[in-house]
Design a protein around this ligand. Structure first.
Ligand SMILES: *Cc1c(COP(=O)(O)O)cnc(C)c1O
Length: 410
């Protein structure tokens, strides 16, 4: 978002006008920002035989999936339902990587029938997979390298207590299952969670994959997951992509030479592509002064953006309606009957009742984690693309809340 003549705009459109047209609360996405982020990744990993698979769970609106497809990006899905959405959006099954956790073998079979690449993350399923398919369906294996990345254990998946992946400490067992069932392993995968800052940590993960790869003879790709950090605060450090890119290229070149084949290198960015492209726009309902705090109560809450309460995530915000107002301190809270703080002790340009606040970094895990708690409708979604604001999801109505309820005689 840019500020021009005291008004915030996206691609030249006034954001307050978009709020007038579609109402609040509203999820607003800037397609240009998604493209910019993708270009950054493409540049950083230029020298590699690289494929990007957008992690759909970050933001699953079908138009966003189509936009990714148009940009030449594949898809990473974590459920059969996301795989179906991907196919609906026009992805070829072969461009979809299916990385589920703790799903039934029935669901895995459905994914095999759909033709997507199966990423297996536990030995029990691997055995069942081997019994059923032997070497007829090549698969990928998700390893857990036990690298702790990021500050919050809720978003870190690589640590020793994590439920994700097959531990690298179980390599011998894993290889026995692969060999005795004649399973064809065409890829190895790690995904250690969000917020890797350090090229060093990234390379350590990669090295574990290179070491493990020596024991598999049919590999075509190595998938390093995601975890590129984006800035949530203005002065947050972000992943030095250029450095990760050049260090990884060195390491991959060396690996390829030893292994005797050129690996495809896959990444599955979610947050990196869509987080900063999205804003949750909310209207201030009430300014409420208590003996200790000035609360700004807005027409949204943890039902629409759960990250602050669930992950203690910091989402920056600013007042769209009064960009030059005096700076004051507010605690911004939602309208849900829970303590649902969106931002504590924030310095904002004076907020008046009726003012619209923009909450940043709402593109990833915003709408996709939203719910109907308190029987509130989920917001509409609008995408700004080619200089036009387009409604890509209608605001819910009472019918949506009642849709699957069955009224019986009581
Ligand atoms: C969630 C997820 C991602 C995306 O993570 P981000 O932090 O949003 O980039 C990538 N791969 C897998 C397997 C995931 O589960």
């Amino acid at each position: 978002m840019e500020i021009k003549d005291n008004a915030y705009t996206i691609q030249g459109l006034k954001v307050l006008d978009i709020c007038e047209e579609y109402g609040t609360p509203l999820y607003l996405y800037d397609a240009d920002k998604i493209t910019t982020q993708l270009n950054k990744l493409q540049e950083a990993f230029e020298g590699l035989n690289v494929r990007f698979k957008y992690a759909a769970k970050a933001l699953t609106n079908i138009n966003i999936l189509k936009l990714m497809k148009k940009q030449g990006v594949g898809l990473d899905v974590v459920s059969i339902q996301e795989a179906w959405l991907g196919v609906k959006a026009g992805f070829e099954p072969k461009d979809i990587m299916y990385t589920p956790n703790c799903v039934s073998f029935e669901e895995i079979k459905m994914a095999v029938e759909l033709g997507v690449t199966i990423n297996i993350d536990n030995i029990s399923i691997l055995e069942q997979f081997g019994h059923e398919y032997h070497d007829t369906v090549p698969c990928c294996i998700r390893l857990n390298p036990h690298i702790m990345a990021g500050g919050n254990t809720k978003i870190s998946t690589g640590h020793i207590d994590s439920k994700f992946g097959i531990s690298v400490l179980q390599m011998r067992h894993l290889l026995r299952v692969v060999e005795t069932n004649n399973i064809k392993v065409k890829g190895l995968h790690i995904h250690t969670g969000s917020d890797i800052l350090d090229a060093e940590v990234f390379l350590r993960g990669a090295q574990i994959v290179f070491d493990a790869a020596q024991d598999f003879k049919d590999l075509e790709f190595l998938d390093f997951g995601s975890g590129f950090k984006v800035a949530y605060r203005q002065d947050d450090a972000t992943t030095d992509l250029k450095q990760v890119g050049s260090r990884l290229k060195e390491a991959v070149d060396k690996f390829n030479a030893e292994y005797g084949r050129e690996m495809e290198i896959w990444f599955e960015p979610g947050k990196f592509l869509v987080s900063e492209a999205g804003y949750l726009l909310v209207r201030t309902n009430v300014i409420k002064t208590t003996p200790a705090t000035v609360f700004a109560g807005v027409d949204s809450g943890m039902n629409h953006l759960i990250r602050p309460m669930m992950y203690d995530a910091y989402h920056d915000m600013f007042n769209l309606s009064n960009p030059s107002g005096t700076s004051r301190v507010y605690t911004v809270v939602g309208y849900i009957c829970e303590t649902d703080t969106l931002g504590k002790d924030r310095k904002l340009n004076e907020l008046r009742e009726g003012d619209v606040l923009a909450i940043k970094n709402a593109g990833a895990y915003g709408f996709s984690m939203s719910n109907n708690y308190n029987s509130r409708f989920r917001p509409a979604e609008v995408l700004v693309i080619n200089g036009e604001a387009k409604l890509i999801r209608k605001r819910e109505t009472l019918d949506d809340l009642l849709r699957n309820q069955v009224e019986v005689d009581l």
